[in-house]
Design a protein around this ligand. Structure first.
Ligand code: 13P
Length: 282
């Protein structure tokens, strides 16, 4: 089908009571694996890259990969900058052609977060590119994005934040964390419902790897429209490569060991699509 922005897909998810999975990709194999899963499940797809992923291969490389795959696919596909950590990087992503951008000013004082998020939203709006920003602090570690002092999103602050920044979607902090959980995460579902009542734009859940499926479903019932998965995809991909090479230590063809990594990612993404309820929504 086509390469699209996240705006229409998140609005449809918001209205329809389901969510779109946003899957972090690191290389061409992961791009293909995620899109294969979305094709099979007839689900819209958001692929996303963190700043350190972007540093690894370049915005233009991921864009070219995703656009080439989107051209072949029958489902709508968006490419999102995840945790954009500066105005400059957000503008580079915009200029190169990313179709959705996150600016993460969550570690800044409230007013500075507003100022930065508004600046990015103002710059992206004339280009029709939606902007996600974060309020409250999602804990844990994802590449260079590290937060050791997580803080929950305050619903009243969320109202002011959304009004002043005019962002398209809001990432909320309700107890999830990036990376691997040590125990089962305790999510503040009531806070999520309160935020949902207070603001009308689509809400985003970060740090979904390791969150039980039923908790992700509950978050979606309470108003989450985009769910981010990174760590579990990385583990699935790497596990495929490791297993293949353990069994076949003499193989040196990257296509051979890459295939099992891709298969694992495709199977995982299909399961996440079912949890999000975005199957047959393309
Ligand atoms: P996980 O690594 O916990 O899946 O978090 C992904 C994420 O929130 C990307 O922004």
């Amino acid at each position: 089908m086509s390469f699209v922005t996240t705006e229409a897909m998140l609005e449809a998810a918001d209205k329809g009571g389901y969510a779109i999975g946003a899957f972090n990709v690191e290389n061409m194999e992961m791009v293909m694996a995620v899109i294969n899963a979305c094709e099979e499940m007839h689900s819209p797809a958001i692929l996303q890259t963190t700043p350190s992923t972007v540093k690894y291969a370049g915005l233009d490389m991921y864009l070219a990969n995703v656009q080439a795959a989107a051209k072949r696919a029958s489902v709508p596909i968006a490419l999102h900058l995840d945790h954009g950590n500066s105005f400059e990087l957000a503008m580079q992503a915009l200029k190169v052609g990313y179709s959705s951008i996150m600016i993460d000013g969550s570690k800044l004082p409230f007013e500075e977060n507003i100022e930065l998020s508004k600046k990015v939203a103002d710059a992206c709006r004339p280009n029709g590119v939606p902007v996600e920003a974060e309020l409250g602090k999602v804990g844990g570690k994802e590449d260079d994005t590290v937060c050791n002092d997580p803080g929950y999103t305050d619903p009243a602050d969320a109202v002011k934040f959304v009004e002043e920044t005019k962002i398209s979607s809001l990432a909320v902090a309700i107890g999830t964390a990036h990376g691997i959980y040590k125990g089962e995460p305790k999510l503040d579902f009531d806070r999520l419902s309160e935020i949902r009542r207070a603001v009308s734009i689509p809400l985003v859940l970060h740090g979904a790897s390791g969150v039980p499926d039923e908790s992700v479903r509950e978050c979606i019932r309470r108003g989450i429209s985009k769910v981010n998965f990174a760590t579990e995809l990385r583990i699935a991909y790497s596990a495929g490569l490791k297993a293949y090479l353990k069994e076949n230590p003499d193989v040196f063809d990257p296509k051979k060991y890459g295939a099992l990594g891709m298969h694992n990612v495709t199977e995982l993404v299909k399961k996440k699509i079912l949890v999000c309820g975005s199957d047959n929504k393309a």
